[in-house]
Design a binder for this molecule. Structure first.
Ligand code: M6R
Length: 607
């Protein structure tokens, strides 16, 4: 979603800013812009890619202090005028803003009645005018931002520059912002990933924090004028090192990285000797694990599908009632929070606004929430305080792949850990963990010969719609396969538990309709095979994901893709891989922008 990068120091800012924006491109955006302070503020902005912005940036844009932005439209269409930065009428203040100003309509009306000419349809522009008015009243840059924000309701990751003073003023409320401490220079970004080429010393601003950046350093404070608790922390340099290598797209690279990512996730967390799992970050004693009455898993999109897989594993292995929840619904349904229950917030980015808000709601009502997160130091990770990192490494493609696998792996280890504290036998624990341990090698073997993926792509690429079916843990895998194909290839997809198909979606089937069925050799296999017959009887073309050696199932399919056979608890880790590949190759064949699908963002920081 929207990206922010800012620089103040002794170097020419323009190239640094454009480079910062390029590092944020993976988040997804529709326009880009930049403002640089010299004797006055010059700015350029346009719709499209950072490369478009680069092509219109002129030599006037030189100076050692500037801010830059990639916009993902919320209020106001995708137009040059709506791109950020937004300037005050006289051009002496420029702002970039992530988040949503909820009272922008009232503020726009008021500014208009005061004779201010608004040049965009955005909610953000009001901030430039409010800050400018405070500045005209003689307030300092910091106090001008403070006064503007006191009139504002909503969320912000905000940066402002001023014609008459060389500073960047930043503010955070509900939209991530991290400042970077350099030698004789300071940085700000919406994502620490953009800072790592310049500095590993960062300050994660908290909601209500402000920061004033100069070349000489950073001063933080609170919106109410108090002292901020923000401290300098050191982040891992390697986080920023994702590059394509020999792969044409990040999505493909990340699919192929799954074996290694999984090894990183499970390393040191599997105790085969005792058949137990060890997620140290949870810091839960056996006694507490025994007493937990209920578990709730919360996430969005792919993370939600991982929760749905995890829910089944926990109930199966630990016999603890468990539910998974759509984060955006959970928060607003006035959830009943049991302080004895355990809540997990599952997120790759750790910045998803819906999930973060759900965490805050649970905490407000006295519940304990643990994070299952990829990005170290992200907002949800910090908000939860306890939890586990899934160690997928940087995930750049908007379509999540390796994070899905690692979320499932972490939840599987947790299922064993809580199961062993209750009624799960050592031998059952060992068998799940051994199976999990074998998965990275099994995926590697599958990836060395992926089977007739391109035949499946041929079957789906021109389809009006594609139906995905599975039972048990394969039902969320079906949803994940549908989400992947829909988001990168823009093919309408529907996913259903296979047994539910006859209650409605079967009406869609006609001669040649592609149906993707996930049918590993588990207790649901024979029922799913019957559902395949129901589809075939209506002329559907079956793309089957099945276990190696299951020739009987393969014989029922038009396209049969075999994956290595595994324990039913971990089978989603194998069956999802061909679905990711089908989505990827379909998008390539259809010439879609695989890594940055239209309208989507990598970290969804608005509700
Ligand atoms: O960063 P998160 O895991 O919290 O993101 C949640 C969803 O926005 C994300 O999984 C989204 O659905 C992906 N585009 C799926 O590929």
């Amino acid at each position: 979603m929207c990206g922010i990068f800012g620089y103040i120091g002794d170097k020419q800012a323009t190239n640094l800013l454009l480079d910062g924006l390029r590092r944020l491109e993976y988040r997804g955006y529709d326009s880009a812009g930049i403002a640089i302070l010299n004797s006055n503020i010059s700015s350029s902005k346009c719709i499209g890619r950072v490369a478009n912005l680069e092509s219109i940036v002129t030599s006037e844009l030189n100076g050692t202090c500037g801010i830059a932005h990639t916009r993902w439209a919320t209020h106001g269409g995708v137009t040059d005028a709506n791109a950020h930065p937004h300037l005050s009428e006289d051009g002496t203040v420029a702002i970039i803003h992530n988040g949503i100003i909820e009272n922008s309509r009232a503020l726009r009306n008021w500014l208009t009645s005061e004779g201010v000419l608004l040049r965009s349809d955005t909610d953000s522009e009001v901030l430039a005018h409010l800050i400018h008015r405070a500045r005209k009243d003689g307030l300092s840059p910091l106090d001008s931002v403070r006064r503007a924000l006191r009139h504002t309701r909503g969320t912000w990751g905000l940066c402002a520059i001023f014609e008459d003073e060389e500073v960047i003023v930043c503010a955070r409320n509900g939209s991530p912002l991290v400042v970077g401490v350099g030698d004789g220079e300071s940085f700000v970004a919406s994502d620490p990933h953009a800072l790592t080429p310049h500095t590993q010393r960062v300050i994660f601003l908290e909601d209500g924090d402000l920061a004033v950046l100069t070349a000489g350093g950073i001063k933080t404070s609170r919106l109410d004028g108090g002292v901020s608790d923000a401290i300098v922390t050191t982040i891992d340099e390697s986080w920023g090192e994702a590059d394509l290598g020999d792969f044409p797209h990040f999505m493909l690279k990340e699919i192929y990285e799954q074996p290694e990512a999984l090894r990183q996730c499970i390393s040191g967390r599997i105790l085969l000797g005792s058949g137990n799992g060890k997620l140290g970050g949870l810091d839960l004693a056996t006694k507490s694990l025994r007493d937990i009455p209920h578990i709730r898993l919360i996430g969005c999109g792919t993370a939600l599908h991982a929760c749905q897989v995890g829910r089944l594993a926990i109930e199966e292995l630990a016999r603890v009632p468990t539910q998974s929840h759509v984060a955006s619904e959970f928060r607003y349904n006035n959830p009943v929070i049991d302080p004895n229950s355990l809540y997990f917030a599952v997120s790759q980015s750790g910045e998803t606004a819906d999930t973060l808000s759900a965490v805050k709601e649970i905490q407000l009502k006295g519940g304990q929430v643990m994070g299952i997160i990829n990005v170290v130091g992200s907002s949800i990770a910090r908000q939860c305080a306890r939890g586990v990192y899934i160690h997928s490494g940087p995930e750049q493609a908007v379509a999540s792949t390796k994070a899905f696998s690692n979320m499932i792996a972490a939840l599987t280890i947790f299922s064993v850990q809580i199961g062993r504290a209750r009624s799960l036998s050592k031998s059952d624990g060992v068998s799940v963990l051994k199976a999990l341990n074998d998965v990275p090698d099994q995926i590697e073997r599958y990836l060395s010969d992926v089977g007739p993926i391109m035949d499946a792509v041929e079957a789906v690429k021109d389809a009006k719609h594609v139906l995905f079916l599975g039972r048990g843990a394969s039902a969320p895998v079906a949803r994940e396969g549908a989400l992947k194909l829909m988001e990168v290839a823009y093919i309408p997809c529907l996913a259903y538990p296979a047994g539910e198909m006859k209650h409605g979606p079967i009406a869609l089937l006609e001669e040649g309709s592609p149906v993707v069925v996930i049918c590993p050799n588990d207790k649901f296999r024979s029922k799913t095979l019957s559902n395949i017959q129901e589809c075939k009887a209506r002329g559907a073309k079956i793309i089957l994901i099945h276990d190696e050696g299951d020739d009987e199932a393969a014989a029922e399919a038009d396209v049969a893709i075999a994956v290595p056979s595994s324990h039913s608890i971990v089978s989603p880790l194998l069956t999802v891989v061909p679905l990711q590949l089908i989505a990827y190759h379909a998008a390539v064949v259809l010439e879609k922008d695989v890594d940055k699908p239209r309208n989507l963002a990598k970290s969804v920081t608005v509700e």
